[in-house]
Write a protein that binds this ligand. Structure first.
Ligand SMILES: C[S@@+](CC[C@H](N)C(=O)[O-])C[C@H]1O[C@@H](n2cnc3c(N)ncnc32)[C@H](O)[C@@H]1O
Length: 260
């Protein structure tokens, strides 16, 4: 009996140590992931800003269409980049708080705001995981092509946070890559389509297939989930009136409401 009790104590001790180590490792991995995003996107900021991509423009256009005119709305744009969504959004709402993890993106956005005389956008550096936003203070949360950079746990945390930040009746509207890990025919069609498009671009395209393939397979930087998985997550958190639309093969938009 005494022996069994001691064994139990030892077991509890080691399980505790294991869980502690796992938590520390998880926190450090998350910090490392954020640092990586900050560095990668600061380096890519200018090329992303100058890039023209009709597919991405269509996704931004669809997010803006779903927002419509909301002259009284205070909006957030999370992972705003250099303002691809925040700048046109500013003309549809009362105010926009635009946040991005990469300082260079925020620098570019601020300079565009100044040049364009846009005064209702506040741009700041910060990560989706660490924004200090007051609960019940936001009418609209928007985001475009950012959430596939978050791990699945971080996506769930993000959706829960948005639910808290929104006023009753407020909406979360976002566009992103939306396909899973190849287990459904839809996923495989999207992946095949992406590969075909890149193959047409020659050597550069093959390089991107290899690079993105590794990132996608090992869920490193590129971690999209399917439209259906997003809908499940939003429902679980309590969102209602969830509308989805596939805009281009790889990407869709989702609009979800916090109940009144
Ligand atoms: C593909 S770009 C999209 C930029 C912009 N939203 C657009 O529509 O073009 C992804 C952006 O997400 C930002 N980002 C990535 N991970 C982030 C995080 N954890 N928190 C905040 N921003 C993040 C990057 O710095 C980058 O500006």
């Amino acid at each position: 009996m005494v022996y069994a009790k001691q064994r139990h104590k030892v077991l509890v001790h080691y399980v505790g140590k294991y869980l502690g180590a796992k938590r520390i490792l998880g926190t450090n991995l998350q910090k490392a992931g954020l640092t990586l995003q900050r560095v990668v996107w600061s380096r890519r900021a200018t090329s992303w800003d100058e890039m023209s991509n009709p597919g991405l423009d269509r996704v931004v256009g669809e997010v803006l269409r779903l927002v419509g005119d909301r002259p009284d709305a205070n909006a957030l744009d999370l992972g705003c980049g250099s303002g691809q969504l925040s700048i046109p959004l500013a003309s549809q709402v009362k105010s926009v708080v635009a946040l991005d993890i990469a300082p260079k993106m925020i620098e570019l956005l601020r300079s565009k705001l100044e040049t364009g005389g846009i005064t209702n956008v506040t741009a700041a550096v910060g990560s989706v995981q660490q924004y200090g936003i007051v609960n019940g203070s936001v009418d609209l949360v928007c985001s475009n092509y950012v959430l596939h950079h978050l791990s699945d746990n971080e996506k769930l945390r993000f959706v829960k946070d948005c639910f808290e930040w929104l006023v009753p009746g407020g909406e979360l509207i976002f566009g992103d890559m939306m396909f899973g890990r190849g287990s459904t025919a839809d996923d495989r069609a999207v992946i095949a389509d992406k590969v075909k498009i890149l193959m047409k671009k020659g050597i550069g395209g093959y390089w991107r297939i290899a690079k993105n393939g590794v990132r996608y397979l090992f869920r490193f930087q590129e971690k999209p989930i399917s439209l259906a998985a997003w809908v499940d997550m939003l429902k679980k958190v309590g969102f209602v009136e969830i509308n989805t639309q596939r805009v281009i093969a790889e990407a869709g938009v989702i609009c979800a409401k916090k109940p009144q």
